[in-house]
Design a protein around this ligand. Structure first.
Ligand code: ATP
Length: 268
């Protein structure tokens, strides 16, 4: 399973402090961390064991980042399940792969199991043909496991398009909560700029007009903002400047804006 890249252990360095915005999600995860820290105590108190969370929303807005940060917060390993690679060529192979992946995750528990691009895995549910049948069986297997799960495997499932997910999956009882991440608003963009500038050029933060950068990046995702910060730093370096200034980053913004718009139209 691990050799085939179906289940992969992901090293984690990002924490909640590396995420700008998404305050509700971060607060929710912090509450779950208290429970997961001493599950025996929580259970004795009558608290339900957390099952997991579904995070949906457009690309580049911090879904993967949250999967990683939750493992760091819970102080447990992060396992990533690649649903695309799970599908085998032979009869019953996909189901056996999923069973093995689950067994392995349960053996490693406590851990976070990150199921990425959930909607891709379960596309074609209820359709006709061999592929659709396997998908439907796999889906049933996954749902049953989620519903009956007693182990300390906290599932973080991420999906771009919640509309493509089968309704059974988003019904209560499967995930503890579903969060929808949107494009960052002004306050969040400010935080995201600060995080990425502080990571690379902490000394320049006070010289930069973050307010102006925020104004000029309406419609940018977190990943877009990270991109303009990186490009802005590169601009300043290539010019031989000792510090990065607002103009360097604004140049990067003006160069990427049209590309972002083209890509976003594609997604929509
Ligand atoms: P995808 O659906 O494409 O996987 P995603 O929503 O999972 O997208 P991430 O992989 O979390 O997006 O984001 C990509 C990168 O963009 C992150 O590694 C991070 O550096 C930056 N980023 C995105 N959102 C945020 C945020 N809210 N705060 C700080 N950085 C962010």
């Amino acid at each position: 399973i691990r050799k085939a890249g179906i289940l992969e252990m992901i090293p984690v360095s990002e924490g909640l402090e590396d995420i700008g915005g998404l305050d509700n999600l971060k607060e929710w995860l912090e509450k779950k961390a208290v429970i997961l820290k001493d599950m025996a105590k929580a259970k004795k108190y009558g608290v339900e064991l957390p099952k997991g969370v579904l995070i949906a929303g457009i690309p580049g807005c911090g879904k993967s980042l949250n999967a990683k940060a939750s493992a760091k917060l819970f102080e447990v390993p992060l396992l990533k399940l690649d649903m695309g690679r799970l599908m085998g060529k032979y009869v019953g192979e996909s189901e056996a792969n999923l069973r093995q992946a689950i067994l392995l995750a349960e053996a490693i528990a406590p851990c976070v199991l990150w199921v990425d691009e959930l909607e891709k895995a379960f596309a074609g549910i209820g359709g006709n043909g061999g592929g659709a049948e396997v998908t439907t069986r796999l889906f049933g297997q996954f749902l049953t496991w989620m519903q009956e799960k007693k182990s300390a495997v906290f599932v973080v499932a991420t999906a771009n398009d919640i509309m493509k997910l089968p309704p059974e999956l988003v019904r209560k009882g499967r995930f503890d909560e579903i969060f929808y991440v949107k494009l960052p608003q002004k306050k969040e963009r400010r935080k995201i700029f600060e995080i990425h500038i502080r990571k690379r050029r902490p000394g320049d933060l006070q010289n930069l007009d973050i307010g102006k950068l925020v104004e000029k990046t309406d419609g940018y995702s977190g990943a877009d903002i990270e991109g303009v910060v990186k490009d802005g730093i590169e601009n300043a370096y290539v010019k031989g400047k000792p510090c990065v200034d607002t103009e360097d980053i604004l140049t990067a913004v003006s160069e990427t804006h049209s590309l972002n718009e083209v890509m976003r139209e594609d997604i929509e």
